[in-house]
Write a protein that binds this ligand. Sequence first.
Ligand code: ADP
Ligand code: MG
Length: 347
Amino acid sequence: MKRSSFFTLASFLILIGLAALTLRPSEPSPPVSQFTGLTMGTTFTVTLAGDIDATTLDAIKQEAFAVLEDINQKMSTYLPSSEVSRFSDEQTTEWMPVSTATAEVVDLALRIGAETAGAFDITVGPLVDLWGFGPVSRPDLVPAPSDIDRLLAITGYEKVECRLAPPMLRKVDPRLRIDLSAIAKGYAADRVAARLLSRGLHDFIVEVGGEVVVRGAKGPQTPWRIGIESPLSDRREIGDVLSLRDMAMATSGDYRNYFEDNGRRYSHTIDPRTGYPIDHALAAVTILDPSCARADALATAFMVLGPDQAFSLAEKANIAALLIVKTPSGFVEKRSKAFQAKAPQSL
Ligand code: ADP
Ligand code: MG
């Protein structure tokens, strides 16, 4: 299934979840205002508490869209002119000046790379392309082991260096490429949320491609309630519902963007340690964190680590994680202590 349709549908589902679950017959639901749009190969939706007139809402939408487009122009691997593409194409080990935004995202990505022992790795792009999940679509084929080995030799997050002031990047190996796809949507949601806050708005949900930032509440007595999609590839269902305030949430799963060959499923999440798509019993991960960029990256990293390593890292590093694990008798949920503290069970 192609990336864009996945995100469109995932976002749509979260919306339906919100609508359905906030309509409790006993209490009138506080009014909300909402807009959606397309950017970064995906959809975004902003939901604001209260009745907002159409003109103001349109002005807010234009502002949100501008923030997202700016990030897309800088970080997309689909645009040859983006900073990220230009840095990747540059066959040099010289420092290259970049925007503060790009340097901030790369800096955070490298730190999460170290924190997850290389499970999160922004240099896996060439392997993502080889497996057919990158900008250039290819037939769904399993690559030759020699091709995987050749590309593994030119990956490794520790071969990228980043400075924040002034913002610049450098490659230790000129062949290296970077791919911020697994962190940029979360970062974009953070930036839109920051823009809304600076406009004096305090109660809203920003969702970009399924990654969510929640601020304030829907009404004085009503928290925002966010549905998490069940990890099913044949149908779409809301599983857990969380009541959240001033928190970001990101989800990664193996159940949408994949191809099948000889009865095996190959996911778009690549294990940078082997060069192969992940292959284990972890079906989905949801991370809660004040930073959506961090939550987004950690969700992908946890999908790489697999159920056991991911759960022990969550407990050790106090990361709020909900893991959905496949077992012969169905899905089993595992919640880290930090997750239980941040999201007491609702519904
Ligand atoms: P998900 O919602 O499944 O996490 P994302 O879009 O956040 O999906 O991230 C998946 C994308 O991240 C892939 O399409 C690829 O470009 C990139 N990617 C794949 N494996 C890794 C990895 N181990 N570390 C960082 N980025 C990765
Ligand atoms: Mg991600």
